[in-house]
Design a protein around this ligand. Structure first.
Ligand code: NAD
Length: 284
C-alpha cells in the first residue's frame, strides 16, 4: 500500500513455509512497510520450504526454532534482538498443525498423543512465545503480538477436528496473556480469525474446497486472501491500532455474521430431498 507504517519496527515472523503461507505474504508486506524482522520455522520446514529465498527478498535473517521448545525460543529471541539491534515491536504466530487432521483420524476416535501435539503446536506455543518474550523483556511498550485462528473455534466445522479445540485455547490465551502483558508492559495480544485460505495447512483439512466455496458464497465481500490477511497483520503491528488488545478479530469478508445468503440459495446449493437425510447436491 506504499505506506511505511512499520518504519523502525523490529519483529519475528513465525510460520512462512512457501509463497502461499499467510506468514510469507505478511513478511513481504511488512518489508514493504519498512519493518526489519527475523523469519523462523522448524529445521524441517527450512529444508523443505523456500524460506531462505524469502529471507533474501526481505533482507531478513532466518533462524530455526521449534515453537514448542522453550530453549529454541529463548535462543531465537536473544539472537533476533542482537541481529535487529534492539527490542522487538511485533511477533506473528502463524503456526498450526494437527496430526489427527493430517492423518484423517475420525474426531470420535482421536489419537490422544496426536491431540497433545495439536494443542502444543497450535495453542500452547503462543503461551510459550509470550512467556519467553516477557521473561526476556523482549517487546517494547505497545508491541503487538498477533496469532492466526479460524471460526472453527466457535462453531462446528465437521472436518476441522481437534483444531477446533486448539483454536479455542489459542483465543483464550490471547485474552488471558493479553491482560497480563498489557498490565505489565503495555504489550498487545490479538488473534485474527481468517477466511479459509489456500495454503499447505489449509489444504490439509478434509473437504477444504467445500469450506472455501461455502464461505466464498456466504460472505458479502468474499473470502479474504492471504495477501489481504497480510495487510491486516501489518495494520495490527502498526501504531494505528495501539489500543486494540485481547481481541479475536474476524477477517473473513463478513462470513461470521451471516446466516444464509442469496448467493448460497440461488447459486451454490440445491437441496434435493429430505434435509434430515443429508441429501444435498453441491453445485460446482
Ligand atoms: N489456511 C487457512 O485456511 C487458515 C484459516 C484460518 C487460520 N489459519 C491459520 O493460519 C496459520 C498459518 O497457516 P497457513 O494457512 O499460512 O499454512 P502454512 O502451512 O503455510 O503455515 C503453517 C506453518 O506452521 C509451521 N509449523 C508447524 N509446526 C511447527 C513447529 N513445531 N514450530 C514452528 N513452526 C511450525 C509450518 O512449518 C508452517 O510454516 C495457522 O495458525 C493456521 O491454522 C489458516
Amino acid at each position: 500500500m506504499g505506506l511505511e507504517i512499520l518504519k523502525n519496527k523490529r519483529g519475528i515472523i513465525f510460520g512462512a513455509l512457501d509463497e502461499h503461507s499467510i506468514a510469507w505474504q505478511t513478511a513481504l508486506k511488512a518489508n514493504e512497510a519498512g519493518a526489519k524482522f527475523v523469519l523462523s520455522n522448524t529445521e524441517m520446514a527450512l529444508r523443505m520450504g523456500d524460506v531462505f529465498e524469502l529471507g533474501k527478498k526481505c533482507n531478513a535473517e532466518v533462524i530455526a526454532a521449534d515453537i514448542t521448545d522453550m530453549d529454541d525460543l529463548e535462543k531465537l529471541m536473544k539472537e533476533s534482538m542482537k541481529k535487529l539491534g534492539g527490542k522487538l515491536d511485533f511477533i506473528l504466530h502463524s503456526v498450526g498443525m494437527s496430526p489427527n487432521v493430517r492423518k484423517n483420524v475420525p474426531y470420535t476416535e482421536l489419537n490422544y498423543e496426536y491431540f497433545k501435539k495439536t494443542i502444543d503446536v497450535s495453542a500452547v506455543s503462543l503461551h510459550k512465545v509470550l512467556a519467553t518474550a516477557m521473561k526476556l523483556d523482549a517487546l517494547n511498550e505497545y508491541g503487538s503480538v498477533v496469532a492466526l485462528t479460524y471460526i472453527g473455534a466457535q462453531r462446528q466445522f465437521s472436518s476441522y477436528g481437534d483444531m477446533s479445540q486448539a483454536k479455542a485455547m489459542l483465543e483464550s490465551i490471547v485474552r488471558s496473556f493479553g491482560y497480563h502483558y498489557g498490565r505489565h508492559k503495555k504489550v498487545r495480544v490479538n488473534s485474527i480469525s481468517q477466511s479459509p485460505t489456500i495454503t499447505s495447512a489449509g489444504k490439509g483439512v478434509g473437504g477444504f474446497d467445500s469450506f472455501f466455496s461455502y464461505s466464498q458464497c456466504m460472505s458479502p465481500l468474499g473470502n479474504a486472501t492471504a495477501e489481504d490477511c497480510a495487510d491486516f497483520c501489518v495494520a495490527m503491528f502498526s501504531d494505528f491500532t495501539r489500543k486494540v488488545t485481547m481481541q479475536n478479530i474476524f477477517h473473513d469478508g463478513g462470513f461470521s455474521s451471516m446466516g444464509i445468503s442469496d448467493q448460497l440459495i440461488g447459486n451454490c446449493f440445491k437441496c434435493t430431498g429430505d434435509c434430515a437425510d443429508h441429501e444435498f447436491d453441491i453445485k460446482e
